[in-house]
Design a protein around this ligand. Structure first.
Ligand code: KET
Length: 418
């Protein structure tokens, strides 16, 4: 065995350098869409991802978006790089929309706004900022929450823990538990809050409860960190859905807010959103913004322009702004209709006396059905209804024609599977 050269060569050909790379599990939300595509049944229904569909269950581009795009095309746009911080007119429009254009913090120059890669990218940028400048702080997230929150903080190496949020017994908010956990956390923690239409539960604090939360957060010197992915989708009103954020800002607190235009303008694939940091003084905002830019530059350099121009055009033009609000109300209205029909169908068909009214009190795109994992598996395996395994269904992917079928599937899964 003198000459091993040949064997080494053969090994190099047969064995991959990636032997140690295992197969990753499918994503709990986006993986559901992949499984849905692979199903050949006519009965199949995708209630996994939170993406709006028409009554014909087709994805749709908002008319106001088409109009803005037409104008952009007519004007003739170039494809130059944007600055690291993004498109200036977008950054102004997005902060105005979030805080109200006449908010003193805007007038005083106390808001650091960076256009980023939709909600996810904005959250990830903020997480990188926390890791760099608050290495000892942890983030408190609700139990349950949008699954990607944990991935985002894990990848950014930011420690997190959960606060109580959902109470399965009341199918409502565990407000006492929430307050107690936020109170018990180390001073100066970041508290991640869903601005409106909590995902996945569809349960939000009341205005009085928001005030109490702000009291505790202020008292403990915590940093509120809002994820606003559904502005306009909870109540149908952009201002009302931003009231939680505005309440904290009004108290003079420093606040982080990640924004997304995936849902409310239907710009999912454009990856348009922003990270806003409301600071105590303009020179603080300048410093914070400079560091956010410094984090963004080596990650993705600068953000894409197309979605930013759409948002700036729509928000900046009173006629288009009005049309957007109308279309958003229509989307929110369609979801409310299927919510009602699903509740009616469940109540009519289920003879067990179970109270399904929680479906009507939940808000936003989703319904948190309370189905456990085996029951959710049954929904998919037997009924071809695709949903996340935490029991969440996206009502934005449901139409009136499918409500009775969905009710049958839920009743079967709930009563016949443990
Ligand atoms: N925050 C929340 C609470 C949220 O539900 C989503 C998306 C995002 C942020 C990010 O969206 P972006 O497109 O990056 O702006 N949620 C849906 C889609 C997904 O999981 O990516 C969902 O829950 O189905």
């Amino acid at each position: 065995m003198q000459n091993t050269g040949h064997i080494t060569m053969a090994l190099a050909v047969d064995a991959s350098r990636f032997e140690g790379v295992p197969m990753a599990p499918p994503d709990p939300i986006l993986g559901v869409s992949e499984a849905f595509k692979a199903d050949t049944s006519d009965l199949k229904l995708n209630l996994g991802v939170g993406a709006y569909r028409t009554e014909e269950l087709q994805p749709a581009v908002l008319n106001v978006v088409k109009k803005a795009e037409k104008l952009m095309l007519e004007k003739g746009e170039n494809k130059e790089y944007l600055p690291i911080e993004g498109f200036a007119a977008f950054n102004k429009a997005t902060a105005d929309l979030l805080l109200g254009a006449d908010n003193p913090v805007i007038k005083q120059g106390r808001v650091a706004t960076l256009q980023s890669l939709s909600g996810t990218g904005s959250l990830r940028l903020a997480a990188a900022f926390i890791q760099r400048y608050f290495p000892d702080a942890k983030v408190l997230i609700s139990s349950p929450t949008w699954g990607n929150h944990k991935n985002i903080f894990n990848d950014a190496r930011v420690p997190w823990s959960e606060y109580r949020y959902y109470d399965p017994k009341t199918v409502g908010l565990d407000f006492e538990g929430m307050i107690a956990d936020i109170q018990a956390a180390p001073e100066g923690s970041f508290v991640l809050l869903h601005g409106c239409a909590h995902n996945p539960t569809g349960i939000d604090p009341t205005p009085e409860q928001w005030e109490k939360l702000a009291d505790v957060i202020e008292e403990k010197k915590h940093m509120p960190f809002f994820d606003v992915a559904y502005q306009g989708f909870a109540s149908g009103s952009l201002d009302e859905d931003a009231s939680s954020v505005r309440l904290f800002v009004k108290r003079g607190l420093e606040v982080f807010v990640a924004q997304s235009y995936s849902k409310n303008l239907g710009l999912y694939a454009e990856r348009i959103g922003a990270i806003n940091v409301i600071c105590s003084a303009p020179e603080v905002a300048d410093r914070v913004k400079s560091q956010l830019k410094r984090l963004a530059r080596p990650m993705y350099s600068n953000p894409p322009i197309h979605g930013a121009k759409i948002v700036a055009n729509v928000v900046g033009d009173p006629t288009m702004f009005g049309e957007w609000k109308e279309e958003m109300e229509q989307m929110a209205g369609r979801i409310k209709n299927v919510r009602q029909k699903l509740y009616d169908s469940l109540t009519e068909k289920d003879q067990s006396g179970k109270d399904w009214s929680f479906i009507l009190s939940q808000i936003g795109m989703f319904s948190f059905t309370g189905l456990n994992r085996p029951q959710s598996d049954n929904m998919t395996d037997k009924w071809h209804i695709y949903m996340t395994k935490d029991g969440r269904i996206s009502l934005a992917g449901l139409n009136l024609a499918k409500c009775e079928y969905l009710a049958d599937a839920i009743i079967d899964s709930f009563h016949n599977v443990n």
